[in-house]
Design a protein around this ligand. Structure first.
Ligand SMILES: [Mn+2]
Length: 170
């Protein structure tokens, strides 16, 4: 199962087009907020299961602020992050994960790509597809699982040839 994780597209549709062209077919898309009106556009671009949540710039869009998912037997929590002080780090999210038994927490908002494994809990931010603060190129993550169910986060940018677990190990 190949999952595209994106965030903070802020109305820049070209970034959504670029990532769709780059990754080709995926099994699921998760958008972590600050979509800025492009909900329908995201739905159009990908023909698969899509989960989107509201960021601090998504007003009256009808999206949930946060969502709990089960993916490949893992308990996954998705949030934009502005309600969890992510500007100061991921301590809040980590504590939330411990309290609720989440295996994986995905967030955005900082526009900086970051994957952490804190005592076995994965906390990952794909960065911003449109307005990265960690370089010139839009960032995204491809999430896959190996046969033991271990998640594998491939940190990607729009510029580089994309990397995925399957490409590396098979
Ligand atoms: Mn934001």
């Amino acid at each position: 199962m190949k999952i595209l994780i994106i965030s903070d597209t802020h109305g820049r549709r070209s970034s959504i087009v670029k990532v769709a062209e780059k990754v080709g077919e995926v099994d699921m898309v998760i958008h972590l907020g600050d979509i800025a009106g492009d909900l329908d556009y995201v739905e159009e671009m990908f023909d698969c299961e899509i989960h989107m949540i509201a960021g601090n710039n998504d007003f009256m869009c009808g999206l949930p602020r946060e969502e709990e998912l089960e993916i490949e037997g893992k308990k996954v929590f998705i949030t934009h992050g502005h309600l969890h002080k992510v500007g100061f780090g991921t301590d809040d999210l980590y504590e939330l994960a411990v309290r609720n038994g989440y295996d994986i927490v995905l967030y955005g908002h900082t526009h900086v790509q970051k994957v952490e494994n804190r005592n076995g809990i994965y906390i990952a931010n794909p960065g911003s597809l449109a307005l990265p603060r960690d370089g010139a190129e839009g960032k995204f993550i491809l999430l896959e699982f190996d046969q033991n169910g271990t998640p594998f986060f491939a940190e990607n940018s729009l510029k580089r040839e994309y990397r995925s677990y399957t490409d590396w190990f098979f």
